[in-house]
Design a protein around this ligand. Structure first.
Ligand code: C5P
Length: 209
């Protein structure tokens, strides 16, 4: 079994020294990669800029920076995989033009026009075959469950792991997470606060169930 996992943030270049990013550390995605490798999967981990190392020999890692690069890597490898977990915090917008020189300080405002990025998970969802399984993540601040269910539908996921921004100890940067796992079948599992490694174990249990 081969599984593709996306993890970490994307960096969207403004000029040679600046970017638009986010606070994702990649911890959840890397924990999923370790867990899948321990369970005997061949793991292809497509990672944004993170300060984490992979331990297991069954993990092949592709490092990327931007949403466009992550999209290319996923499109290149998704059809060869039996399953995928989209855990990356992908930028929704990227600068329309990248300055070739460092932007100089001036007294007037600087306006950077952004254009939408590709939805990588949704693109994979469109290509998904009958025998492929896709799981996604959702980080929500309000109407958590109905938003997550809508995302699962739109992106053609089989399962979605919902994190709420309202739970303390959960989300970006923490070593712990509190999630609810929702299945396309309607099954639902609400888990207590636990380490990201434990959340990874439970999520992989649900994928294999
Ligand atoms: O729509 P939203 O960003 O909340 O969806 C979250 C899910 O979609 C996550 O699984 C995330 O990895 C994935 N995603 C993606 N490409 C994007 C945006 C989100 O793969 N451009």
């Amino acid at each position: 079994m081969k599984i593709l996992i996306t993890a970490g943030p994307t960096y969207e270049k403004i000029d040679p020294v600046r970017f638009i990013g986010n606070y994702s550390t990649g911890k959840m995605g890397f924990a999923l990669a370790e867990t899948c490798a321990e369970r005997g999967f061949d793991v292809l981990l497509i990672a944004g800029v993170v300060h984490l190392q992979t331990q297991h020999a069954n993990i092949q890692r592709i490092d990327i920076e931007s949403a466009a690069q992550m999209y290319e890597a996923v499109m290149q490898h998704f059809t060869d995989c039996d399953a995928a977990i989209f855990c990356a915090a992908v930028a929704d917008f990227t600068p329309e033009t990248v300055y070739s020189q460092k932007v100089k300080r001036k007294d007037n405002d600087l306006i950077i026009k952004l254009k939408p990025t590709q939805d990588i998970a949704a693109a994979a969802g469109k290509l998904k075959r009958e025998n492929q399984f896709i799981a996604g993540f959702a980080l929500e601040s309000n109407d958590e469950e109905s938003n997550a269910l809508g995302k699962m539908q739109r992106k053609n996921f089989d399962m979605i792991v919902l994190n709420s921004l309202n739970d303390s100890g959960a989300g970006f940067g923490y070593d712990t997470n509190k999630v609810t796992i929702l299945h396309r079948s309607g099954n639902k599992k609400t888990l207590p606060l636990m380490s990201k490694k434990e959340v990874a174990e439970k999520s992989v249990d649900e994928i294999l169930a």
